[in-house]
Every structure is written in C-alpha cells, then in structure tokens.
Design a protein around this ligand. Sequence first.
Ligand code: ZN
Length: 145
Amino acid sequence: MKPSMQRIDEATGRYLPVIYPEELPYWEALKQRRLELQRCKSCAKVWYPIGPACPHCLGLEFDWSLMSGRGIIHNFVVYHKAWTPGLEKRVPYAVIQVELEEVPRLTTNLLNCPVDKICIGMRVEAAFEDVTDEITLLQFQPNTG
Ligand code: ZN
C-alpha cells in the first residue's frame, strides 16, 4: 500500500500521484501521448495496476507494451460536488472504469462528453491531460473513429 503523500494541484484540483521508480516508464510514456502497460514475457497477458509480477502466471519478466488506447466503459459514476479546490469548473464530471481492448481495466475520467450521454459499453479512446511539467494524466474521451 502506498503512503498517503498525495498532493493536490491547486490550479486543476487534481490529485497528483506519488510516482515510484518502477512506474516511471508508464508516466514517461503518458507524457509522450502513449499508453504503455506491462506485458508478461511468459504468458503475454497485460496487467494493471503496475506491479512486479504478472497476476496471471506470477512471471517476473515483462516488457512495457504499447496499448491501442481503445476500450469500452465498463462502469461509471458522475460526481456533482467538487471534493477538492479547483475541481469546481469540472462539475459534474465522470469517473469511469475503462476496459481496454487488451483487457486491463483502468479507473479514469471521461472528457469531451456530456454526463447525460455516458453509457456502459460506450467506445472510448485514450486522451492525455498535462497537469504539471512532470505529470500527464491518462484520461479518456468518446471514440469517434
Ligand atoms: Zn504472465
């Protein structure tokens, strides 16, 4: 379990992640507009959250693998209250769980979509939000392609 050292970016109201060394490739890729996750060298499955071993076969060897960035909304919730200063301008906003084409599920936000248009099964694609010079957050938006 990570210690609770999270900071809040005052301009955006965003919680800033505590980045551990083993997570650096993930965050560096996001800065470059790519979603990369760990792919097991033994069973070829992709996993998330980031961790030292494959949860499918316990393999310890992996590559950082480029994801398609496409998926569907598995579930979602809409927030009508700003829980941190700076989030007021986003209210109401959606927190979604995306199931990637490569299977892992990610919890994130949906951008560029009215909250009353969100539905389970909706096709979405990765979007990237630069919050600070060091932190780019993975977001999603409707897949119009
Ligand atoms: Zn594996």
